[in-house]
Write a protein that binds this ligand. Structure first.
Ligand SMILES: [Mn+2]
Length: 195
């Protein structure tokens, strides 16, 4: 089974992350940041990755450390669960609409972290959640998951819809990329022989 458990404790956050890439999208995410839990639930559900996240963070400062550090731990879990990446499709892409919002995500589980982020949200906050933390999360996930990740917001007027469409688009792209390709299930999908 392609699964991983990561624990990560610093002076700012105490985190545990469990994932199963061959799951059904079951989720149980509790970070103390309500909107972020809602987004992690979308990520699990639409990537069909089972995901359990716990985070006790320094929310008396703000949500930044908690969101960023969960991104780090989830990226580490993804790297561990993928192992040598034998048999995976490697690439994934999704054009995802949600009401007014349309977001495109394309990714490569290349082992080369790179984030291209072209997504703006019209408000600084969604409820109490800083919208700039959406990028911070994906930067951390890409860096520690070894992901080349492109996210483009093509349309949208509502920040909640735009953020949620971004998480769902990345989730669907991730679902595709981590899947085992039955035509080449025994090989690492690179002419270099490793990823
Ligand atoms: Mn929502």
């Amino acid at each position: 089974m392609r699964s991983a458990k990561i624990t990560r404790k610093t002076a700012e956050t105490d985190i545990s992350v469990e994932i199963n890439l061959d799951g059904s999208g079951a989720y149980d995410n509790q970070t103390g940041v309500g909107f972020f839990d809602h987004m992690l639930d979308q990520l699990a559900r639409h990537a069909l990755i089972d995901m359990k996240v716990r985070c006790a963070g320094d929310l008396h400062i703000d949500d930044h450390h908690s969101v960023e550090d969960v991104g780090i731990a989830l990226g580490q879990a993804l790297t561990q669960a993928l192992g040598d990446k034998r048999g995976i499709r490697r690439y994934g892409a999704c054009l995802l609409p949600m009401d007014d919002a349309l977001v495109r995500a394309a990714l490569d589980l290349s082992g080369r972290p790179y984030l291209v982020w072209n997504l703006e949200m019209p408000t600084a906050r969604i409820g109490t959640f800083d919208t700039e933390l959406v990028r911070e999360f994906f930067q951390a996930l890409a860096t520690h998951g070894g992901i080349t990740l492109h996210v483009d917001g093509l349309h949208g007027i509502n920040s909640h819809h735009i953020a949620e469409a971004a998480f769902k688009a990345v989730a669907r792209a991730l679902r595709e990329a981590v899947e085992i390709d039955p035509r080449k299930a025994d090989a690492v999908p690179s002419t270099k022989g490793s990823l």
